[in-house]
Design a protein around this ligand. Structure first.
Ligand code: SF4
Length: 247
């Protein structure tokens, strides 16, 4: 694989932890410059029209191009990307208790991609990896039986597979309209605690809605999990087809 980039991982300033890096794909569904269609978030559903990563700075031309370049790397040459990522993580900048967030946007979109990540994680045992994911059934089958010791994840509500998450026993996050709603539901707010609280803290974590006004309005004072339940109820309504396409 040829690349002029120095680093595959970039620093993740919004993590609340200075020692965190991230890998980002374009969020959800789209078309690459070469005409290929993609869906990096196969588990997305109610979250998609409210996605923080489909608006604002994520849509700036240079930012979007960098995320599309990441996706093309993994689609065109997954073994080459895996080798490059494995080699990069041996660099001294990743020593001393650093964290890597897999996907600031996008998700684990295929079993091959998940297994590539797990081999990368095992090759860098001193780095802590973490992820939010809506790819629940893929995790059940491919990750949960034998996860890398340095990988933590949290299931994220607002997706097609919400029903597979045991809300009493499994770590999960939901997006709430505001801080008051997080507290009223008995969830721990990620608030200023940083991203890592979602994988290291209590099992029920609430993310207050993004401050982007048009998204907040669209969310309409509801939780992502509520919107997803409503969406499924509408699809089950008489005369409605269950579509596997875009929400
Ligand atoms: S899964 Fe995450 S990145 Fe993908 S569409 Fe939903 S909110 Fe956006």
């Amino acid at each position: 694989m040829t690349s002029t980039r120095r680093w595959l991982l970039t620093t993740y300033k919004s993590s609340g932890d200075a020692g965190t890096f991230k890998w980002t794909l374009p969020a959800w569904a789209g078309t690459l410059p070469d005409g290929r269609n993609y869906n990096t978030c196969p588990g997305a559903s109610a979250c998609a029209p409210l996605c923080y990563a489909r608006t604002g700075t994520y849509q700036f031309r240079n930012v979007k191009a960098a995320h599309e370049a990441n996706l093309m790397m993994v689609l065109d040459d997954l073994p080459g990307w895996e080798a490059a990522m494995t080699a990069e993580l041996q660099h001294p900048r990743y020593r001393g208790g650093k964290n890597v967030r897999c996907h600031d946007a996008g998700d684990f979109y295929s079993p091959d991609y998940i297994h590539a990540w797990m081999r990368i994680m095992r090759s860098a045992p001193d780095v802590r990896f973490y992820a939010y994911t809506k790819s629940i059934s893929m995790f059940r089958e491919h990750v949960e039986p034998d996860p890398p010791a340095n990988f933590k994840w949290v299931y994220s509500l607002g997706g097609r597979e919400d029903d597979l998450i045991d809300l009493e026993t499994e770590r999960h996050v939901d997006v709430f309209p505001d801080e008051e709603a997080v507290e009223a539901a008995g969830y721990t707010s990620r608030g200023d605690l940083g991203d890592l609280i979602s994988v290291l803290g209590p099992r029920k974590v609430g993310l207050p809605a993004n401050n982007i006004r048009h998204l907040k309005t669209k969310q309409g004072g509801k939780r992502f999990s509520e919107l997803e339940r409503e969406r499924k109820a509408r699809r089950r309504a008489p005369g409605k087809q269950f579509s596997s396409g875009r929400p």
